[in-house]
Design a protein around this ligand. Structure first.
Ligand code: ZN
Ligand code: FE
Ligand code: FE
Ligand code: ZN
Length: 268
């Protein structure tokens, strides 16, 4: 069975997505999904960047916008209200304050920054050429574990986003991933199978089969997300995402409401 819920999609409020939320909902219905969750980029806590996230003043606009989509499509589609929040060490209290402002259905925690470097930002891509790629991978995985231990999030987003531009380590990172799995399990976190990597230079779902096998063996649950930044990408490549999950050993995924797992759904 294909997953019927897509938990990762954006709105134009983040400054780099297009299409109205209604169009995302319509696309979901068109391809046979019965549940979607919006997870737009929460206001950045460390600095302002209107090309990356909404501003603080726009959070009520976001909530109102998704609430009205939820009401409009109530008969045909379950619409959840989530958010994707950056993990930035030192800003935990500020992040918690933002997340406490609304009873979200789930919070996706994402690492997009290593110190001040937006390593997945196309504008900052040159930085990769002067960095030690092995160091970058270790720093990234360390931040993932810190983000889990902050206990602010329900789902961790694209847990090998560091491969986005197709730079790969020369050293084996298996021990890092095993340590991640241990920490994610201990902190009760869920990870997402995020198909957007297929649309990026890495041309691979996040996370890789290698990593996903390790997470599955530890018993870390999964959700599915397209990370759509335009309506046509809703539910994109969910057949490949499902196949990957099964190849890694998963037989089910989880659903959320009000920041709790409410249901487990079979993939078989
Ligand atoms: Zn985005
Ligand atoms: Fe992200
Ligand atoms: Fe996203
Ligand atoms: Zn994302």
């Amino acid at each position: 069975m294909l997953p019927f819920s897509d938990y990762h999609m954006h709105t134009p409020l983040c400054g780099h997505a297009s299409g109205e939320p209604q169009e995302y909902a319509q696309q979901a219905i068109k391809i046979g999904l019965t549940e979607i969750g919006f997870s737009d980029h929460a206001p950045l806590v460390s600095h302002k960047d209107p090309g990356i996230t909404m501003d603080h003043s726009q959070l009520p606009v976001y909530l109102h916008m998704i609430e009205s989509v939820r009401a409009e499509f109530a008969d045909e589609l379950k619409v959840l209200i989530g958010i994707e929040a950056d993990y930035i060490p030192g800003y935990e209290d500020k992040t918690k304050n933002i997340l406490a402002q609304y009873p979200f259905d789930y919070v996706i925690g994402s690492v997009h920054f290593i110190q001040k470097w937006g390593f997945d930002d196309p504008i900052q891509m040159k930085e990769w050429n002067i960095r030690d790629v092995n160091e970058v991978y270790r720093d990234y995985n360390r931040l993932l574990r810190k983000s889990a231990l902050s206990r602010m999030f329900d789902i961790l987003g694209h847990v090998d986003l560091v491969k986005k531009f197709d730079f790969h380590p020369t050293e084996d990172m298996t021990a890092e991933i095993e340590e991640n799995a241990h920490v994610f399990k201990k902190t009760g976190l869920v990870i997402e199978i995020n198909s957007s990597g297929l649309r990026k230079p890495a041309k691979e779902i996040y996370p890789s089969l290698h990593d996903l096998k390790i997470y599955c063996a530890k018993g870390v649950p999964i959700t599915f997300g397209s990370d759509a930044h335009q309506p046509k990408d809703v539910g994109c490549d969910f057949d490949k995402s499902r196949d990957l999950a099964i190849a890694a050993g998963y037989t089910e995924y989880v659903l959320f409401e009000k920041r709790k797992i409410t249901r487990t759904v079979s993939l078989l």
